[in-house]
Design a protein around this ligand. Structure first.
Ligand SMILES: [Zn+2]
Length: 63
């Protein structure tokens, strides 16, 4: 029979789980325009995804 060598304390388990905790949606910066955008999504500012233009975005809007 396999015998457990040592038990991991509650503290050690909680420290490990805290390191792997979900930290919410991580904002990334667009590689083309540098604007903050969601990962694995088309940039709403310039319409680029993975280094190429996939959406035509109207940029002459005066705001
Ligand atoms: Zn962009």
């Amino acid at each position: 029979m396999a015998v457990q060598q040592s038990k991991v304390s509650k503290r050690k388990v909680r420290i490990r789980h805290a390191a792997n905790r979900y930290k919410g949606v991580q904002i990334t910066l667009c590689t083309t325009c540098g604007e903050a955008c969601l990962p694995h999504r088309v940039c709403k500012k310039c319409g680029n995804y993975n280094g190429r233009q996939v959406l035509s975005v109207n940029t002459d809007k005066a705001e």
